[in-house]
Write a new protein. Sequence first.
Length: 132
Amino acid sequence: MRGVHRFGVRGKLAPRYVGPYKILERCGVVAYRFQFPDILSAVHNVFYVSQLNKCLRVPEEVVEMEVLPLQPDLSYIEHPIKILDEKERVTRNKVVKFYKVQWQNHSEDEATWDQESYILKHYLHLISSSPR
């Protein structure tokens, strides 16, 4: 499952927030029901207040949302863009090399450290094209 990330599931590359979406009604004291587009029809549309973030944009403006190619099961595939850095972690018995990878749809601040073996197996072209 590495490289495939689901909307709504915690993971190092999962989007923190999606939206903004229109609030349809208040459900009780601490929950709200939202109007989602058809592509998110499988997502439950009632959320607890602590899971929400205030939209600070002007509602009249048309905001182009970043479009993730969601599959019917609400998953999407991330692809690495480039290698930002490399380091070695030395233990008693071995030396493990790590690469700091910037992923598509994410900034450099959200880059992750991945083992060399994983990068060599799945994204060999990144190592051969990275500056050293």
